[in-house]
Design a protein around this ligand. Structure first.
Ligand SMILES: [Zn+2]
Length: 258
C-alpha cells in the first residue's frame, strides 16, 4: 500500500504562534514563565507538550534546546551540544518505551526551508497512534558512500536517499555513543551551513530513527523541494564523483575535530 497521509487539523493550526497577533518579535519559547504542560527540564532545556497540535491521532511534543533564541548545534559549545542531544534522546526514549504509540519520531527543523515556523532552536518528538513510519523507509535509505566507520559510529552518504540530493547518515549501535553522534552532527551541520555551498545553504533537517538495533540520525540539507519528488516521488542523488568529494570533505573535518 502507498504511503498514507497524516491528517492536518486546520482548526488547531489557526492558534499557532505565527498565525496569531503577537507583539513584534514575540517568541513563546523565550517566554519561559508562560510555558505550560512541561514534561521534563534540565537546566535551560525544556520538554513540553506542543500547545498547537496540528495533526490528528498524534501526541506532539517539543524539546526547547536552549534559552538562546538564536542557538543551534552549529553554534553551541561541544559540551552544550552533547547535553542537548543527551536530553532529547532521553525524552524520545521515554516516549518510545511508554508503548503508547505505534511509532515515536524525533526530528529537528533549522532554517526557512526546513518546514519549521519558529526560529528558537527546538526538536520535535511526536507519537503517532496508528502509523508505522518504518513502513515507508528501508535500511537501503541509510547506506551508501562511506565517510567513516569506527567502533563508535558509522557515517555514510545515501546512494538511495529518501528525497535527495545529499543525505548524511550517522549510525550508533547503542545510546552510550550519543556524544559521538552529537559531535558528528555538529561538525557536519557547520560544514553544510558554512562551506558546503559557499555559505548559501540556509536550512537543514535532522531525523532520528531506531531500527536494525541501531540509532540513526539523517541530516538533510534543504532546498525548495524538487518537482520530480513532489510530482512523481522520484528522489535525486549526486553522482558518484560528487558524493566521494563530499565524503572526503566531511571526513577531513571530522578528523580535524578529534
Ligand atoms: Zn525565542
Amino acid at each position: 500500500m502507498a504511503n498514507q497521509p497524516l491528517v492536518f487539523d486546520y482548526q488547531a493550526a489557526q492558534g499557532k504562534p505565527e498565525n496569531i497577533r503577537h507583539p513584534e518579535g514575540y517568541c513563546p519559547f523565550c517566554d519561559v514563565e508562560h510555558l505550560t504542560n512541561i514534561l521534563a527540564q534540565d537546566d535551560d532545556r525544556i520538554w513540553l507538550v506542543n500547545k498547537f497540535r496540528t495533526l490528528e491521532d498524534t501526541f506532539q511534543t517539543v524539546v526547547i534546546e536552549s534559552s538562546d533564541h538564536l542557538g543551534g548545534p552549529s553554534t553551541y559549545s561541544v559540551e552544550q551540544n552533547r547535553q542537548v542531544f543527551e536530553f532529547a534522546f532521553k525524552c524520545w526514549h521515554q516516549m518510545i518505551v511508554s508503548n503508547k504509540y505505534q511509532s515515536t519520531i524525533m526530528y529537528k527543523n533549522y532554517g526557512p526551508l526546513s518546514g519549521g515556523s519558529l526560529r528558537h532552536p527546538h526538536f520535535q518528538i511526536v507519537g503517532l497512534d496508528n502509523y508505522d513510519v518504518y513502513q515507508n523507509i528501508d535500511i537501503s535509505n541509510f547506506t551508501g558512500v562511506e565517510v567513516i566507520h569506527d567502533e563508535c559510529c558509522e557515517i555514510t552518504l545515501s546512494t538511495q536517499p529518501i528525497i535527495g540530493f545529499v543525505e548524511i547518515n550517522i549510525a550508533i549501535d547503542e545510546v552510550g555513543h550519543i556524544d559521538d553522534l552529537a559531535d558528528a552532527v555538529q561538525v557536519i551541520v557547520k560544514y553544510l551551513l558554512n562551506d558546503y555551498m559557499g555559505g548559501r545553504l540556509s536550512s537543514y533537517n535532522l531525523f532520528f530513527y531506531e531500527m536494525a538495533n541501531k540509532f540513526y540520525c539523517k541530516i538533510v540539507p534543504r532546498y525548495a523541494t524538487s518537482p520530480y519528488f513532489v510530482g512523481y516521488k522520484i528522489a535525486q542523488v549526486q553522482n558518484e564523483g560528487r558524493l566521494e568529494k563530499i565524503a572526503a570533505d566531511i571526513s577531513e573535518r571530522l578528523s580535524a575535530n578529534q
